[in-house]
Write a protein that binds this ligand. Structure first.
Ligand code: ZN
Length: 495
């Protein structure tokens, strides 16, 4: 290189490159300043607010859910996160629901003149969508409760359930994730099983598997409750049946349905009120992109705001999913207060109706606030608040997006962070991400791994004391810096 060229290079560095670098350093400092304002203390407070008694477990459709949504919108407003739906923070959709007034009761008679009161929470939980009243009757086991003539399968074959109380399993007899599973998927829905039971004349039901589940349906006079598998085992042994063997037959698609002896009876009482015309909403806030062209492209960060509600006791739904919402709020506040704005637009969506059937995400997918073709990525957070590490589902398949999170983790968080590859799901969609994906949007699902506390999935014990605030702080930090990186990366193209 000649001396002349050297001087030119030097001049270039001094007058062109250096100011850009200096600007870059100042910008990075600003970003890191904001990054360090994200605090575990504050994020835990968000989760505590959402899990508090006043929102009664945030059952989608209920007035308490709408109050929780209003609280989130008020935070967006306070911080300067803009309303994303034509000046509104809310995107409403129909959401029928049932209010449960009490624990109700389940009484089991193993034989004549003997009655056992099942215990709330330990032995049974009321059905979220049970009809109101009392039902009493003999027991019939109907396995998965599926009638699928095209698959040559019928759990109700040669069995009379009219006026009886059925004992039902969740799930389907096929578990491999392939095209055969797709044929079984319509039968995997709780709603299908309920309707099929009523069609066959069942009067009531004990659903095996004890968890709060609003993803069912309110059917006229159909009263049901969920029971712990240990109660099912007891009922089987009283009826001189081996439950383990029966389940083995079930997994071999043998439909081992049968009627229990006449002297075994159950009485279920439920006190509920059904609201078929209720509505719920997604809460939508955004940070507008700063680049005149790239601002038309959007990155979505979402998580479901609704919980499992009240079944005679509150299900605080803290990990599932006050934690995810709290992480998102932490990141949204950082974005709003950050002096450095993202080039692309960032949309925060706190989703309603997840627990009762992914209603809110479906509504967004059908009524997107930004064109799907301009949506770079949707990151879904569900149960991100108990653990030591992170997992990003689909991350491995989109390295140009995932690398931004990886970089943040490697530089600042130092958590164990795994990623998995995208694969087609032939089964029943179980997450809000699936609705965004079906609309044609690339999705990441962020989870915490290596749980520190037991996970009380859909139980009354899902309280804030089983959250690990440090990982929530890091989740918000990961979102803030990772999303900012993606928003500013001009090499990224929409699919
Ligand atoms: Zn959840």
């Amino acid at each position: 290189m000649s001396c002349h060229k050297n001087i030119l290079l030097l001049l270039f560095i001094v007058f062109v490159a250096l100011p850009a670098t200096a600007q870059k350093t100042a910008e990075t400092e600003q970003i890191l300043k904001t990054f360090h304002t994200i605090s575990s203390h504050e994020i835990l407070k968000f989760a505590e607010e959402l899990s508090s008694d006043k929102y009664k477990g945030r059952l989608s459709g209920s007035p308490e859910y709408l109050h929780a949504a209003e609280w989130c919108a008020s935070k967006f407003k306070e911080w300067g996160v803009l309303p994303a739906n034509n000046g509104s923070y809310f995107q409403y959709f129909p959401n029928e629901y049932s209010e449960v007034f009490s624990k109700g009761s389940v009484t089991y008679s193993p034989k004549k003149n003997k009655e056992i009161q099942l215990l709330f929470s330990g032995d049974y939980l009321p059905g979220s969508n049970s009809a109101s009243g009392t039902v009493s009757g003999n027991l019939v086991y109907v396995g998965y409760g599926i009638t699928a003539p095209e698959l040559n399968y019928d759990d109700y074959k040669n069995i009379d359930v009219k006026g009886k109380i059925i004992l039902l399993e969740s799930g389907i007899p096929y578990t491999k994730n392939d095209t055969t599973l797709a044929k079984w998927t319509p039968y995997a829905y709780h709603r299908y099983k309920f309707r099929n039971a009523v069609k066959h004349g069942a009067a009531g039901m004990l659903y095996i598997g004890k968890l709060a589940n609003p993803n069912t349906v309110n059917l006229e006079n159909f009263i049901y409750a969920h029971i712990d598998p240990k109660i099912a085992e007891r009922i089987f042994s009283d009826g001189a049946k081996n439950y383990t063997e029966i389940k083995k037959e079930l997994s071999e698609m043998k439909s081992p349905s049968f009627a229990f002896p006449e002297n075994q009876k159950v009485t279920i009482t439920a006190k509920t009120n059904y609201f078929p015309d209720a509505k719920a909403c997604n809460v939508v806030g955004m940070i507008e992109g700063s680049d005149p062209v790239l601002k038309n492209e959007v990155i979505i960060v979402g998580g479901h705001l609704d919980g499992q509600g009240y079944l005679g006791e509150i299900f605080p739904s803290a990990l599932d999913n006050a934690s995810g919402v709290a992480d998102i709020l932490g990141a949204a506040k950082a974005f709003a207060h950050s002096e450095v704005k993202p080039k692309r637009t960032v949309l925060f969506i706190l989703i309603g109706g997840e627990e009762c059937g992914l209603y809110g995400s479906k509504f967004y997918a059908e009524n997107p606030l930004f064109p799907v073709k301009k949506t770079i990525l949707m990151v879904n957070l569900d149960m991100v608040g108990n653990g030591r590490g992170f997992h990003i589902a689909n991350g491995k398949s989109f390295p140009e997006l995932f690398s931004h999170f990886e970089t943040v983790n490697n530089h600042y968080l130092h958590r164990k962070m795994a990623a998995s590859e995208w694969r087609k799901n032939y089964g029943r969609p179980r997450s809000d991400a699936s609705n965004f994906e079906n609309a044609g949007i690339t999705t990441f699902s962020l989870y915490t791994s290596e749980s520190v506390f037991p996970v009380h999935y859909h139980q009354t014990l899902d309280k804030t004391d089983v959250l690990t605030p440090e990982i929530m702080e890091d989740a918000a930090k990961l979102l803030y810096l990772g999303i900012l990186g993606i928003a500013n990366d001009e090499t990224i193209q929409v699919n």
